[in-house]
Design a protein around this ligand. Structure first.
Ligand code: SF4
Length: 231
């Protein structure tokens, strides 16, 4: 049965892949599901990993783009039948994971028998389900996974200095502080999220729009910083 690594490109799955190879565990396929909303640094990282391990990463793309599902896809069932676009995903509406990751992977792997390796660290062991989780088996924590990656020369061009978790830059499940950093340090990506926000039929965490957040929290902070010149 072939061994397939699901690589999100973050610290945990990267450390898992490198550790597996280091321990001589065969890796037959490495799969990365591209949501189209990854940080640009993530693509550089994937290239770097490929060079380091001398293997090609299989990149899977969904049938249509994140923007299409967010804005245009006409729903065919449920309370929002006939409405265009799924809008911001939420805890109970994670259409993005299903459509942009799970379905492309299922389609790709088909009926082929495989062992699926997922990079979940030991401190997140409650998330393990039915696949293989070497970091949990080896008791490797998130901090250890990151430090292992750094030691092997992978630094995502500083992304982990800005964010605790690195996933889609517009993930609506991120913390307010992550949005704050995105706005300050990655204005192009923030603007992309704001563009979508204007057209979302849902709010972030069902509470506020990104525009609300900017108006109520960040703009006020900026004003204070300007007035008192504090960083
Ligand atoms: S990181 Fe967030 S936006 Fe991206 S697929 Fe996962 S839940 Fe969706």
């Amino acid at each position: 049965m072939k061994n397939v690594v699901q690589l999100s490109g973050g610290k945990d799955s990267t450390a898992m892949l490198l550790m597996m190879l280091e321990r001589g565990i065969s890796v037959d396929d490495i799969v990365f599901c591209d949501t189209g909303k990854e940080f640009p640094q993530m693509y550089d990282h994937l290239e770097k990993v490929e060079k380091y391990i001398g293997k090609t990463i299989t990149v899977l793309n969904p049938e249509k783009s994140f923007d299409y599902y967010f804005l245009e896809h006409i729903r065919t069932s449920g309370d929002y039948k006939g409405v265009a676009g799924y809008g911001w995903p939420g805890h109970k509406r994670r259409w993005c994971t299903k459509i942009l990751k799970t379905e492309p992977f299922r389609k790709y792997i088909g009926k082929e028998k495989h062992n699926l390796f997922i990079g979940i660290a030991a401190d997140e062991a409650h998330r393990v389900k039915k696949y293989k989780y070497p970091l949990v088996d080896w008791n490797v924590t998130e901090a250890e996974a990151l430090s292992y990656c750094y030691k092997h020369g992978f630094n995502w061009n500083g992304l982990y200095e800005d964010f605790r978790r690195v996933s889609c830059y517009l993930c609506p499940l991120q913390r307010k502080n992550d949005w704050r950093i995105l706005r300050k340090k990655y204005p192009d990506l923030w603007n992309d999220a704001m563009r979508l926000d204007l057209q979302s039929c849902f709010k972030l965490r069902d509470k506020y729009s990104l525009h609300d957040l900017e108006r109520r929290a960040f703009a006020v902070e900026d004003l204070f910083i300007d007035m008192f010149d504090v960083a």
